[in-house]
Design a protein around this ligand. Structure first.
Ligand code: AMP
Length: 214
């Protein structure tokens, strides 16, 4: 299974990709996570990516494509992968097609997760990650028991540096201008599957399974 998740920041791509990964034992490849790791490690690549990420702009294609090429060559990606947050513009989509054509493994589908703007804002401002389990949570929506479980395990609810209102606004603008054209691109290629991204994580995941027949 080779899948791309499309959708605005906060649409639930990461959460749904984690569910698919757990069920199908294929890696979730998130360029955002890989870039954040590079920034945290203080590598040269991280230093180059940091300012664009803090401003909610896209990191340059050459950096992101380098990361993706390397990641897709790792053994665990041979059985398939779920791309989350990549591609984010037409140049990246075209480059991805070149890489996959080169290894004879084209994409199976691009799943667009559709969510209203007001809900995106609430999801993004409330988003936290548990520092112990890595689980994605939300202070507005997650059950209190899940939030408490993280704290009881000695974890903290960590907010992403770019989940503040100003940066969120810019990330949504960048999405509309640069990433949304990919919807038509994948529709024209016959790969687009659109699902309603509102509802519980389980409800949305059932829709994902339905469109992927997975
Ligand atoms: P995400 O975790 O997917 O929301 O990504 C966080 C930030 O990382 C974005 O706002 C961009 O600055 C950067 N980023 C992630 N993926 C890409 C990509 N495919 N192309 C360019 N920049 C990216």
């Amino acid at each position: 299974m080779r899948i791309v998740f499309l959708g605005a920041p906060g649409s639930g791509k990461g959460t749904q990709a984690q569910r698919l990964m757990a069920e199908h034992h294929i890696p979730q490849v998130s360029t955002g996570d890989l870039l954040r790791e590079s920034v945290a490690a203080g590598s040269e690549l991280g230093r180059r990516a940091k300012a664009a990420m803090a401003a909610g702009e896209l990191v340059s294609d050459d950096i992101v494509l380098g990361i993706i090429r390397e990641r897709l060559q790792q053994d665990d990606a041979a059985a398939g992968f779920v791309l989350d947050g990549f591609p984010r513009n037409l140049a990246q989509a075209t480059a991805l097609e070149g890489v996959l054509a080169g290894i004879g493994r084209p994409l199976d589908a691009a799943v667009l997760i559709d969510v209203d703007f007001e809900i995106l804002m609430k999801r993004l401002t409330g988003r936290r990650t548990c520092s112990v389990t890595g689980k994605l949570l939300n202070i507005h929506f997650s059950p209190k028991s899940e939030l408490d479980a993280c704290l009881k395990a000695g974890g903290e609810l960590v907010q992403r540096a770019d989940d503040n209102e100003e940066t969120i606004g810019n990330r949504l603008k960048v999405y509309r201008a640069q990433t949304e054209p990919l919807v038509e691109h994948y529709r024209a290629a016959g790969l687009l599957r659109t699902i309603n991204g509102q509802g519980s994580v389980d409800e949305v995941y059932q829709r994902v399974r339905q469109v992927l027949k997975a």
